[in-house]
Design a binder for this molecule. Structure first.
Ligand code: IPM
Ligand code: MG
Length: 356
């Protein structure tokens, strides 16, 4: 089969890690008889430099007309002084919104070979296998009013957390459907004891749970969830939460896998899915070969599964990643003191070679 993918290489380490993910996809194409056609477009920091916009309208149109989007991280210190509306990050949000991607899936799975790579104790993190389902196009990231106002000591900033019934209903429903394919447990995380938007979330989640009586359902308040994640991560199967809580908890949960460099993501819900690593553009290590391409490679595996329904091919990538980790290959972020490291391209090449 033939698939058309828009590639947004991104900033910092973006081009390095996205290139490795494409090498892996090409290898999948050769082994399983598919062809992946790439179309490159500007977005993020480099698009600000060239087009004065983090998401030029041609780029969004191209993404809307593709079958899937593979994206590197956007941003870096060069664009740090720009007002929020025009920053590289604004391009990410506009892309998610423009593709109607209300669900962000972040699988947090510890590969056994990496249980000593985390700063957390191996006996605590062993067996971690959860799916964070983060609402992606509403909540405080998008709510109005927002803005910076006033002068001098009278300055203030405003953001609004708003959730509508339909927005909570669809994401929680999806979390339950995904739980059907897993260990059949859903944990909904909110702050209902303080925030009205969370009270709505809590109540709607409870209502949705009634339609899935065979799925175990619990709520946790976000501060407790943050603690439970590192206290006893094996209690989580599917964790569903708001845009901002999901952003924060997924970085925390990434450490259960050894490194933020291991956390892939799929954003779905619209016609075209978006696949990107959960981490940032790491300007400090750009061009040094120290980047870990595995989160992006695993995001490509999620593209095969969710956008192209190629489960076998997706599993082939995951198995290849697991086998190179078992063989002891470690990028800098995964290596313990004194351990030998491989570069980003060596890691990518090893995964390519391991695909059979
Ligand atoms: C993420 C990132 C983004 C987010 C930023 C870069 C806008 O942190 O995907 O988790 O907050 O969603
Ligand atoms: Mg984040």
């Amino acid at each position: 089969m033939k698939f058309k993918i828009v590639v947004l290489r991104g900033d910092g380490i973006g081009p390095e890690i996205v290139g490795e993910a494409q090498n892996v996809l090409n290898r999948i194409g050769d082994v399983f008889g598919h062809s992946f056609e790439y179309e490159y477009h500007h977005a993020g920091g480099i698009a600000i430099d060239t087009f004065d916009s983090p998401l030029p309208s041609d780029t969004l149109k191209a993404c809307q007309n593709s079958q899937a989007v593979l994206k590197g991280p956007f941003g870096g210190p060069k664009w740090d002084k720009i007002e929020n509306k025009k920053r590289p990050e604004a391009g990410i949000l506009a892309l998610r919104k423009g593709l109607d991607l209300f669900a962000n899936l972040r699988p947090v799975k510890l590969y056994d070979a990496l249980k000593d790579a985390s700063t957390l104790k191996p006996e605590v993190i062993q067996g971690t296998d959860m799916l964070i389902v983060r609402e992606l196009i509403s909540g405080i990231y998008f709510g109005e009013p927002r803005g910076l106002h006033g002068e001098g000591k009278d300055r203030y900033g405003v953001n609004t957390e708003i959730y509508r019934f339909s927005e909570v209903d669809r994401i929680v429903r999806l979390a339950f459907q995904l739980a059907e394919l897993r260990r059949k447990k859903v944990m909904s995380v909110d702050k209902f004891n303080v925030l009205e938007s969370s009270r709505l979330w809590h109540d709607v989640a409870e209502e949705v749970s009634k339609h899935f009586p065979h799925i175990a359902f619990e709520h946790q308040i976000v501060d407790n969830a943050a603690m439970q994640l590192i206290r006893e991560p094996r209690q989580f199967d599917v964790l569903v939460t708001t845009n901002m809580f999901g952003d924060i908890l997924s970085d925390e949960a990434a450490m259960l896998t050894g490194s933020l460099g291991m956390l892939p993501s799929a954003s779905i819900g619209g016609q075209v899915g978006l696949y990107e690593p959960s981490h940032g553009s790491a300007p400090d290590i750009t061009g040094t070969g120290k980047a870990n391409p595995l989160a992006t490679i695993l995001s490509a595996a999620m593209m095969l599964k969710y956008s192209f329904k190629l489960q076998r091919e997706s599993d082939a990538i995951e198995n290849a990643v697991e086998s190179v980790l078992i063989a002891g290959l470690r990028t800098a972020d995964l290596a313990r003191k004194g351990e030998k490291t491989v570069t980003c391209s060596e890691m990518g090449a090893a995964v390519v070679k391991a695909i059979k």
